[in-house]
Structures are given as C-alpha cells and as structure tokens.
Design a protein around this ligand. Structure first.
Ligand code: SF4
Ligand code: SF4
Length: 319
C-alpha cells in the first residue's frame, strides 16, 4: 500500500494526533528530539517547519525511535505572507528597559540577554503582549513556494495556513501549491479572520480544486501554554461548527489544544477526527529536551518518554 493511502487510512481511524513542532520553529535540535520522543510514545503524524534542515531532523528523530517507515507521516507548513504562523519577533534594544518579563513569558525559551534567538522563536507574540515598553517588534518570514519544490516530493502532507483575509492572495498561493504538490493538503484556518459564509465559500473552493484535503480548525493560534478548558474551548467550538456543516474531509482542531481538549470534546459530544497539539506538547517535555544529555542519559530520555506516553494516550484513547 502506498504511503499516501496509509495516511488516508490513518485519518479514517479518528482519534488521530498530530504533534506540531512549530510552523516557524527552526530549532532543528528540538525538532529531532520532539519527533523522536513523541513517535516513540505512539504519535504517527508530525508537523514541521518547511525547510530541508527541519525535514532531515524529523527523519533523524523517527530513525532514532525505529519509526522511520510508511506509517509515520511528516507534514510541512506553508502559508500566506501576513499569517502569524510565519512571523518572528525581535527586541529594539534602544527601547528595552531590561525588565526581563519577555523572557519569563517565552515558552520556547528563545530569549536571553534581552535578545531573541531567531531560530527558536515561533512568533507566538506572548513576549510582545507582556512587554511594558513596546520594545518588541515582529516581522514576517514567508518564503516563495518555489523554494520547496524538492521538499514537496518528499513529504506526506503540506499544511496551508490561511489566517489572512486576503482572499486573492490565498487563492493565488493555493493555485501555486496545488500545481506543485498533489498529496494531502491540510488547510489550517483561523476562525477569527473570516465570517462563516466567506470561510465556507473558501473551503468549498479549495476542496473543489484539490479534493485530497483535511482541515485544521485553529482556535487560538499558538496559545496552548495553559492546561484548562477555556484555552481549548475556541478550537473545540470551531471544530464543532465545521463538523455540523458536513464538509466531507477529516477535521482536526488546533490552537490552544492541551491535555483537556479530548475531555472537553467528550463532554460536549463533539465528534472530531484528530487533535493537533504544539505549544502544550512541547512545554511538558521542555525541561528534558533542553538538557545536553537528552540522547545519552537513559534516565532523562525515559522520564520524558513517560510524560509523552501518558499525554499521547490521553489524547488518542477511545471515548
Ligand atoms: S519585556 Fe520588553 S522591556 Fe522588558 S526586557 Fe523584554 S523587551 Fe525589554
Ligand atoms: S514569546 Fe513567542 S514570539 Fe516572543 S520570542 Fe518567544 S517564541 Fe518568539
């Protein structure tokens, strides 16, 4: 069976889990560790930055855990130019008062000595929101899809982020994408950007022009740092809305997803095909994967693996 069919079969199972390493996360060492850990813990689907370095790191992670096979899937994230998933932040040192609040609020631990490590920054914006001096700026890092042509031939899925209201740009990029990639496309859509009518019109247009899609309903992008119902509620509500429109493709939810997401889906009887989890999944193992002895000290790796396994089980168990 081809790998594409394996992926479609996996999505048919429901209770799927996609671990998000971060669309704009260029910390390749972290990507390798996250993929190694969560594939060993039972996750089969990973979402990574669209770069050869991130792709190779993900393969190394799968290889480490003996999961480099036709049943583990890699998705790369691409998007339109003003999408928040493709921004990074920097500190204006002339304005910074060196209070340190930004570093305290950075889940990626990308800030030290009042500087942001560009590779680690995922553009979540938490530092900007917490800076009392307005010293943090953001910039976009979008790339031309032509840069990924060879990568499109290797990956199992491409995630197309459309948290932008520029429909013409979305359609132009989409046409560019589907002329270069003929596999499964995950459409990651931000509910806050569109009216229900314009969102559904857009989804129908995308499905009509490329039927092999899944949709990732993005509640509050990159906000999964808290483990409570409130953080995950928006994603659950959005997934419910899409399910009720009976769009005929797998529906995942993301954005604020955490260990309460599955529980909330069950309480509210929302029938979803899969949950994509990024910030929270990385946060719970962060202290371990940051250690230099992660690969060599079995106690460290297995302590992180226990956490990952419990989490994967909680998200993927049957109701
Ligand atoms: S929160 Fe703002 S003012 Fe404080 S250290 Fe960070 S950039 Fe500087
Ligand atoms: S808080 Fe978010 S946006 Fe700010 S440096 Fe950290 S990862 Fe980047």
């Amino acid at each position: 069976m081809s790998k594409f069919l394996n992926l479609k079969k996996y999505l048919d199972k429901k209770n799927c889990l996609k671990i998000i390493c971060g669309a704009n996360n260029e910390d390749y060492d972290e990507i390798k560790k996250i993929v190694a850990l969560y594939s060993k813990a039972g996750c089969r689907f990973f979402d990574i930055n669209a770069s050869y370095e991130a792709y190779n790191s993900s393969l190394e992670g799968l290889k480490f855990s003996n999961c480099l096979d036709d049943n583990h899937f890699i998705c790369i994230s691409v998007g339109v130019d003003d999408d928040v998933h493709f921004r990074k932040c920097l500190i204006d040192e002339k304005i910074c008062n060196k209070c340190g609040l930004c570093a305290d609020n950075c889940l990626q631990k990308a800030i030290s000595d009042f500087k942001i490590n560009e590779k680690k920054c995922i553009g979540c914006g938490s530092c900007m929101e917490n800076c009392p001096s307005g010293a943090i700026l953001s910039y976009q890092t979008g790339k031309d899809f032509n840069e990924f042509n060879d990568l499109f031939l290797k990956v199992d899925c491409v995630e197309f982020h459309i948290s932008s209201s520029n429909i013409d740009e979305i359609k132009a990029k989409w046409q560019n994408l589907i002329s270069s990639f003929d596999g499964l496309i995950s459409i990651c859509i931000n509910r806050a950007i569109f009216s229900e009518k314009s969102m559904l019109e857009l989804i129908h247009y995308l499905i009509k022009t490329h039927p092999d899609i899944m949709i990732q309903a993005d509640g509050k992008s990159m906000s999964g740092s808290c483990d409570d119902y409130n953080t995950t509620l928006q994603a659950v509500a959005f997934g419910d809305l899409l399910k009720k429109t009976q769009i005929n493709c797998p529906i995942f939810i993301s954005g604020g997803t955490n260990s309460k997401t599955k529980e909330l889906l069950n309480i509210l009887s929302v029938d979803i095909d899969g949950i994509s989890i990024g910030s929270y999944a990385r946060k719970i193992v962060k202290d371990y994967i940051e250690r230099d002895d992660f690969w060599n000290n079995k106690d460290v790796f297995y302590a992180a693996l226990e956490i990952a396994k419990k989490f994967v089980y909680k998200i993927t168990q049957n109701n």
